[in-house]
Design a protein around this ligand. Structure first.
Ligand SMILES: NC(=O)c1ccc[n+]([C@@H]2O[C@H](COP(=O)([O-])OP(=O)(O)OC[C@H]3O[C@@H](n4cnc5c(N)ncnc54)[C@H](OP(=O)(O)O)[C@@H]3O)[C@@H](O)[C@H]2O)c1
Length: 243
């Protein structure tokens, strides 16, 4: 039986668009108390205004360690606990690696890998003290397959998969679950897909992309399993996607 998420305190990074914003909408419907984190505070505030439940907006750049510490501290101060971290913020740089700007690659490593590791490091002591907590990281199918179109992106997501699968065993006895959610293409801002008709065409029509809610519903499935169950890695792809 699914466990209720009502009243759970969840930090969502990358909440200003795409999967993170979609997660905020569906988790708010489930009665969660949310910390919405990203750099675009205007977008976060607009999102918070449309949510039914309680939420806290925090400006947090995942490349700034002090921002991550502040995000966690503010959440604790406001809500008194942290039930889950959805470490979702990430960027996608693809194409010919030799043509990529190395500063962009460095930023991607900082956001997709170091940012996730720092977020987890900041919440683990709190979750240990609570005796329970969930960490879900948005990985990618690129963390499972060797997709030649994005060598550096694939490296970040493979790093995250290794982190999840190993950290999981270190903190399992503390009641903490560590999980990765690995979607293939999702029709959202990352691909400049924002028009509903266009999204409908590439998802339900062509079946080459997932919808944001397909991914968020998978995250909710992971979070609502009974505490003795860990969905360690969940790969979700559009039916016709060729991976
Ligand atoms: N869309 C896909 O096809 C797809 C497929 C597989 C996996 N993913 C993964 O899904 C996750 C979410 O991406 P998305 O699809 O939702 O794309 P998105 O709509 O572009 O969202 C990316 C989010 O990350 C945040 N972000 C970017 N740089 C940041 C930084 N330096 N500090 C803090 N936040 C930052 C952005 O917020 P601000 O710009 O406001 O900071 C935004 O909220 C990523 O980890 C991505 O790798 C996406």
């Amino acid at each position: 039986m699914p466990v209720s998420l009502a009243g759970k305190v969840i930090i969502i990074t990358g909440a200003s668009s795409g999967i993170g914003a979609g997660a905020a909408r569906l988790l708010a419907e489930q009665g969660c108390k949310l910390t919405l984190a990203a750099r675009s505070v205007d977008k976060l505030e607009a999102l918070a205004a449309e949510l039914a439940g309680e939420s806290l907006v925090v400006r947090a750049d995942m490349t700034a360690p002090a921002d991550i510490e502040n995000m966690v501290a503010q959440t604790l101060q406001r809500f008194g606990r942290i039930d889950a971290l959805f470490a979702n913020a990430g960027i996608f740089i693809h194409g010919e690696y030799a043509d990529n700007d190395i500063r962009d690659i460095s930023a991607m490593l900082a956001i997709n890998v170091e940012g996730v590791l720092r977020c987890a490091h900041a919440v683990i002591p709190i979750m240990k003290a609570q005796g329970a907590g969930d960490i879900i990281v948005t990985s990618s199918v690129a963390g499972h397959e060797k997709l030649h179109r994005g060598p550096a992106y694939g490296a970040t997501k493979h790093a995250i998969e290794t982190f999840v699968n190993t950290l999981r065993r270190q903190v399992a006895e503390d009641g903490i679950r560590v999980m990765s959610l690995a979607p293939a293409r999702v029709a959202n801002e990352l691909w400049n897909l924002t028009e509903p008709e266009e999204i409908e065409k590439v998802t339900v029509g062509d079946q080459h992309y997932l919808k944001v809610d397909d991914v968020v519903e998978a995250a909710i499935y992971m979070l609502t399993r009974p505490r003795h169950v860990t969905i360690r890695n969940l790969v979700i792809i559009a039916k016709q996607q060729d991976v």
